[in-house]
Design a binder for this molecule. Sequence first.
Ligand code: AMP
Length: 402
Amino acid sequence: MLPSREASIDVLDDAAVAALAGWLAHSVSGLSQRDGVTVRVGILGAGQLGQMLALAGIPLGMRFNFFSPTPSASAESVGSVMIGEYDDVAALREFARGVDVVTYEFENVSSEAVAEIEQICPVWPPRAALIASQDRGLEKQEFTRLGIPVAPYRLVDSLAGLEVAVRDVGVPGILKTRRFGYDGKGQVRITARSDAEAAWNALGPAALIYEGFVEFERELSVIAVRSSDGTTLCYPVAENHHRDGILRTSFAPADRLSDAKRHQAESYARALLGAFGYVGVFAIEMFDTASGLVANEMAPRVHNSGHWTIEGAETSQFENHVRAVCSLPLGDCAPVGHSAMFNLIAEHPDTARVLAIPDAHLHLYGKSERSGRKLGHVTIRSRTREDLQRHVDALRAIPHII
Ligand code: AMP
């Protein structure tokens, strides 16, 4: 089991105990109510997830400071951005001193940076979840330890090792970097044993993982949230469609999902959240197969496949994340109607045409157009499936919606 900040107080050093004591003091009343003073939430990263976290937290009396190596139009519209490198300890300490709690909006923050900040203020979600999510090998080991099924896999660190992995696991399969892969980057398909050398040359030398290709019917995700008192809630499962490894659309609640599979999905999320002593929003992506759900990966943060919750759930994933990290009660995750979320990638559609569609909600992240870049999203949230389908068809007729 990976170390969890809640796991055992006797293994924590003095600074960690002080941080934990501070957090416990906050958790009694909830951060945003402390002395009636506005709570400052620090976010590592300054992209669209940070922007949407702030948009959810500002009405609750929170204010947001972002830490990022580069300026960001997304975050600057909703808070102040401190420019600094994630390995600049002095800058991180200064950042932490200006906020009451720190969270992050992407998982490639170094755990050493998080450890520095923990000396000064609480950081949620816990470092153990961050560490596991940063390495596809550790992540799969943790899934397996908790009885969560995964694709057959082998860890690979040489061409000879890859050849053995391809022989053991079989083809087709996917070779992936263990660290710093996202949106399908750092992945190569292997369809024949003879592909191994080219695949190794494309990604190696590096710590890699070779996974058997899962014959899935569709891809699903569940977003869950856990509060500091252990209360855990799950949003309805979403059905997700990817192209070139990038999420394009999510539909929620997922159609044709048996109760057994829904329970299975939720039980995976609950097992992981409990094991990590987690606080905040968490996502797990899964393949839906004839023989059950197979976990692909997890994210210790708000997730693109949960953007529909802004309009499509009683409380959005963003609001529930800031509630959780500020030790406030969680909001209801129940769906409101039927939702479809479309990512806007590379080029912006015509704003007026999108907004002319009934039930359409447009979110732009303030970014300039660039190939493969997520610029915004549109959620259609309708009262009935029939309305949803009609409005989705209308949206799809607009150029640059895919
Ligand atoms: P990932 O970066 O692991 O989320 O992979 C991006 C996308 O590649 C997934 O959403 C799937 O569509 C596909 N993919 C990844 N791993 C596998 C696998 N083992 N079998 C089948 N498809 C996969």
